[in-house]
Design a protein around this ligand. Structure first.
Ligand code: SAM
Length: 254
């Protein structure tokens, strides 16, 4: 018979706070809990620090501040068997945010924007720090929503050639309008180590880039006969691979 688990209130605290005797909830998180969720104190919660560690606790309220009384030891999530990097040709902000949010929910471990010949969006270096912080925050919100204790890392863009030169256990590149085969779902559960997933920008890869991708040993895969938007392709490829890896099973890609 099916068993249902109870939804728990999830609260983010910085890594150093998780280990303390009275973990303090940061101002913004406290505001969300007090004004949106109407926390009064005394609630049992699941604390997580975004690095894969968590702890059960009881919330204590002092005005607009929230502290926690630990109710258990610090737990560390097991390291994933396969570490998934989702690399995608740079896209504009709404598409990037879509990829970050959905990719986090699916279980991607790292996001890597790639500078391609046909990339439409440039990473504005001057404001990149602040923006990256905001996008990391978006990943944190998605992690809390989907009950992940770790938050994926968003890396600064790198040129395609540089990314392809990095050795990894496996790499899959989504190539449209080609004879590329579909993903071999039966082979996915045995994947381990660093796994790269690559999708192109809105304009697609240039022929020279495609040759480079194949020469680097990336396995070309088709996502079907329709031409998907760049952000859809990135999320679909991640969903298929993570599903194949059984990341959705109770063990969550251990
Ligand atoms: N401008 C290209 C064209 O019209 O041929 C389409 C590029 S598509 C919008 C952006 C990226 O999504 C592609 O580079 C590819 O990585 C991926 N993609 C989209 N549809 C796909 C499909 N059916 N199979 C594999 N990859 C696909």
């Amino acid at each position: 018979m099916a068993r249902w688990s109870q939804q728990e209130l999830r609260v983010h605290v910085p890594p150093a706070e998780l280990d303390s005797d009275a973990p303090r909830v940061e101002a913004e998180e406290a505001r969300r809990l007090i004004s949106v969720l109407r926390i009064e104190g005394g609630e049992r919660v699941h604390l997580f620090d975004g690095t894969g560690r968590s702890r059960k606790a009881v919330l204590r309220r002092g005005g607009r501040h929230l502290f926690c009384e630990p109710a258990g030891p610090v737990m560390t999530a097991p390291a994933p068997r396969a570490v998934i990097t989702l690399a995608f040709g740079q896209v504009k902000k709404p598409a990037l945010e879509f990829i970050l949010q959905k990719g986090t929910e699916l279980g991607v471990h790292r996001f890597q924007p790639i500078e391609c010949a046909r990339s439409v969006a440039a990473w504005e270096e001057d404001r990149a720090g602040r923006k990256r912080e905001r996008w990391q925050e978006l990943c944190l919100h998605a992690a809390r929503q989907c009950e992940r204790d770790d938050t994926p890392e968003l890396r600064a863009p790198v040129p395609l050639a540089g990314w392809l030169d990095t050795p990894r256990a496996a790499c899959f590149a989504a190539i449209e309008r080609s004879q590329a085969p579909r993903l071999d779902m039966d082979a996915l559960p045995s994947l381990a180590g660093e796994v790269g997933l690559l999708t192109g920008p809105e304009g697609g890869f240039e022929p020279a880039e495609m040759e480079r991708i194949l020469a680097a040993g990336c396995a070309p895969v088709s996502l079907g006969s329709r031409i998907l938007r760049a952000e859809t392709a990135a999320v679909v490829l991640a969903a298929l691979v993570l599903y194949g890896l059984q990341a959705f099973s109770p063990e969550k890609n251990p």
